[in-house]
Write a protein that binds this ligand. Structure first.
Ligand SMILES: Nc1ncnc2c1ncn2[C@@H]1O[C@H](COP(=O)(O)OP(=O)(O)OP(=O)(O)O)[C@@H](O)[C@H]1O
Length: 676
């Protein structure tokens, strides 16, 4: 009986990079989050470039557009933000509906797909006629309970100005009276020959008490808590990562709490974002990072549509003060990625769900002529928003569309991770400006792509440099048990990931083990287990007698995903059968327990990484064939071999020999029997 143990994984916890960005992903997941090549670090020096591919011109096939134009200055950018949004039709419809009916909205999806843009657009759709100013007045009966009044928008300023003028007038007449009294005292002293010292004492008394008497009117001036003076649209307040005070309002501490030096309580009250967004939109990204107490208070504010302001710090004198309830009738737009749902206060989620809509943002849209034309408008919008970069000519826009195709990771799609693409537009525009060019051209976009490399891409470059320096992977010859696997770092860069395998006599003698090293994470560990099913079938009976060692070379950051499974299987089969693997080949692909090669993510970036590393051929899953959108500069230097099962992988990857032919026959028969 086959008695393979559970996978034994040896890992070192040291030297782990941040999981999110630097884990080597080898599976479909890897194509997801789109940090793209935004303008993170602008340096042309950092990129490692294979000299072979450096100067190959980009002669991509032409991209057809619905209409032609000279430059994006000719394109009409719609005045309303809602009409500027690309590809998120469902979200746009929901936002329009929610604005009409004053409903809350929850948007879940990848960063940079337009969530905050939609929230801003919603504020533009709300009626500005309903806007109000909120004022806080002193309370003569209880100074620690300031009064709240709402007045039509713009009136607040007038009221404060009128109170101030009145207080100044009163203060002036009181000052006059005081001056008269002092002058009277001086004259009286001179006329009656009284002691000068007594006169000075009396004057000082008058000044001290008089000051308090005069200042009292100032202390009664109301404070404008929320002003909507001259606002052209309903407020939009981004409250992402706000602390309790900034979100819910606060009362400042008063270091002088007596002696006539104190600041009146109402003057120390500060509005929170929930109050500033009254009659408008409160946007909160990553709502799950808000503390549970603040989420609870937010829920109360949503339910009551008013929320009293009190000092947030218990030790401050502000904690004694609590205003009357302050209006906060806002529409909440909550956003986040899918984890936000799990970590969100269930009652808050239920409130938004019960009184609003939920929408999942799209990450790409079909590559149709209409959608391409929308990208022309997108570039025009970004240029307009930036305000400092030259307009794009038609070829430059086509280059941006080409990049949108590539970044979608799937044939026939255009990415909607538009913040990153907007970054590319700006870097290209900056280059054109630096050149004093009248327009941004395709050449500027291509240069921008080279210099605006994401941190992950730069990391991949360094990785390649180091690996090349230390000759950690081979590009030619045949090696037993050694395969050039491929992985993705972040979401937009690939690396060559060498995988080694050794087959040794079993330590226990009675039981075989699979020992995998290289800090494998859950999915990668499971992939190794699945591969073991195929290995067991192919290698046959005496499996109890061997241990199989698999090493992911130089992966101190950890490995995740299952797209290395065909590489693992090939390495192990090569080690077991003692047939060398062709090192001019790299490979990526997931393997089913029945030996089929399944699709994976990030094929384009992986192929480009292999080409950059000087590898000549890449095996990819047949199902991914149409997702390949490598730059033209790589097309002539790398051969792509699509495969659909492990037999084909072995056929291409192992170095030709009679032993290989024999093994292939065995493999084919086994898989055939398996399927029948
Ligand atoms: N669907 C879209 N249509 C047009 N422009 C977009 C779209 N999505 C993103 N953009 C551009 O990207 C910028 C950033 O997008 P936005 O801030 O709305 O993303 P987000 O989804 O809120 O991201 P995050 O969750 O990181 O805040 C926008 O100001 C806009 O220029």
């Amino acid at each position: 009986m086959e008695t393979f143990n559970e996978l034994t994984e040896q890992k070192t916890e040291d030297g782990k990079f941040s999981e999110e960005n630097t884990t080597l992903k080898t599976d479909v997941e890897a194509t997801e989050p789109g940090s793209g090549s935004g303008p993170v670090i602008e340096t042309s020096e950092t990129g490692y470039e294979n000299p072979e591919i450096k100067d190959i011109p980009n002669d991509n096939e032409d991209i057809e557009l619905g209409y032609s134009f000279t430059n994006t200055g000719e394109i009409n950018v719609p005045p309303l933000l809602i009409d500027q949004i690309l590809g998120q039709e469902q979200a746009v419809e929901i936002v329009k509906k929610a604005a009409r009916q004053r409903r809350h909205v929850m948007m879940i999806g990848t960063p940079g797909t337009g969530k905050s843009l939609l929230a801003k657009a919603m504020a533009e759709l709300l009626p500005k006629e309903e806007l109000e100013d909120i004022m806080v007045y002193p309370n003569a009966e209880d100074s620690n309970n300031p009064r709240i009044r709402r007045v039509p928008a713009g009136k607040g300023r007038e009221i404060v100005a009128a109170h101030r003028a009145e207080a100044q007038k009163k203060a002036q007449s009181k000052t006059m009276i005081l001056m008269f009294l002092i002058v009277g005292v001086v004259i009286y002293t001179i006329l009656t020959g009284q002691s000068i010292l007594i006169a000075i004492f009396v004057c000082l008394l008058l000044l001290t008490f008089g000051r308090q008497f005069i200042g009292r009117d100032e202390a009664l001036i109301p404070k404008l808590l929320v002003s909507n003076y001259n606002k052209q649209q309903a407020p939009y307040v981004d409250s992402t990562a706000a602390h309790a005070g900034a979100l819910l309002g606060d009362v400042r501490h008063d270091p002088f709490q007596s002696g006539g030096l104190e600041t009146p309580a109402h003057d120390r009250v500060e509005a929170g974002d929930i109050h500033k967004s009254h009659k408008g939109v409160l946007f909160m990204d990553e709502i799950n990072i808000l503390s549970i107490e603040s989420q609870q208070s937010l829920l109360t504010a949503l339910q009551e549509k008013e929320y009293a302001i009190t000092g947030q710090s218990e030790r401050s004198s502000g904690a004694l003060v609590k205003t009357e309830p302050v209006p906060c009738d806002f529409i909440m737009v909550a956003a986040g990625n899918i984890d936000a749902l799990e970590k969100m206060h269930p009652a808050l989620r239920s409130r938004i769900k019960g009184y609003g809509y939920e929408v999942y943002m799209r990450e790409s849209m079909p590559d149709t002529p209409e959608n391409r034309d929308k990208f022309i408008r997108f570039v025009a919008q970004e240029v307009m928003r930036d305000g400092n970069i030259p307009q794009f000519d038609e070829d430059a826009v086509k280059e941006i569309i080409r990049e949108a195709m590539r970044r979608s990771g799937r044939k026939g799609q255009l990415t909607l991770k538009l913040r990153d693409l907007g970054g590319l537009v700006r870097v290209a525009g900056d280059l054109a400006r630096a050149d004093n060019a009248p327009f941004t051209t395709a050449e500027h976009v291509l240069r921008a792509k080279k210099i605006s490399r994401s941190i992950e891409q730069q990391l991949a470059d360094r990785y390649l440099e180091n690996k090349t320096d230390y000759e950690s992977f081979f590009k030619e010859g045949g090696e037993i048990g050694r395969v050039n696997g491929l992985a993705v770092i972040g979401s937009d860069s690939g690396i060559v990931l060498p995988i080694l395998s050794e087959v040794t006599p079993s330590m226990s003698g009675a039981q075989g083990n699979i020992i995998a090293t290289g800090q494998l994470k859950t999915i990668a560990r499971e992939a190794v287990k699945n591969v073991s099913a195929v290995i067991k079938k192919v290698t046959g009976k005496d499996i109890e007698a061997i241990d199989i060692h698999i090493q992911f070379v130089g992966t101190y950051e950890g490995v995740e995903g299952d797209s290395a499974s065909i590489s693992i299987a090939t390495a192990v089969l090569s080690a077991y059968e003692k047939i060398p693997v062709d090192q001019t080949i790299a490979m990526t692909g997931s393997l089913s327990v029945r030996g089929d090669v399944l699709p994976v993510g990030g094929v384009t970036y992986k192929i480009e990484a292999a080409a950059q590393a000087g590898i000549k051929k890449v095996i990819i899953p047949k199902a991914n064939e149409s997702d390949v959108m490598i730059e033209d500069s790589y097309k002539d230097i790398i051969e792509i071999i699509p495969v659909s099962n492990i037999t084909e992988v072995v056929e291409y990857a192992l170095v030709d020999s009679p032993k290989k032919q024999e093994f292939l026959k065995k493999l084919e028969t086994m898989l055939k029997n398996d399927k029948n």
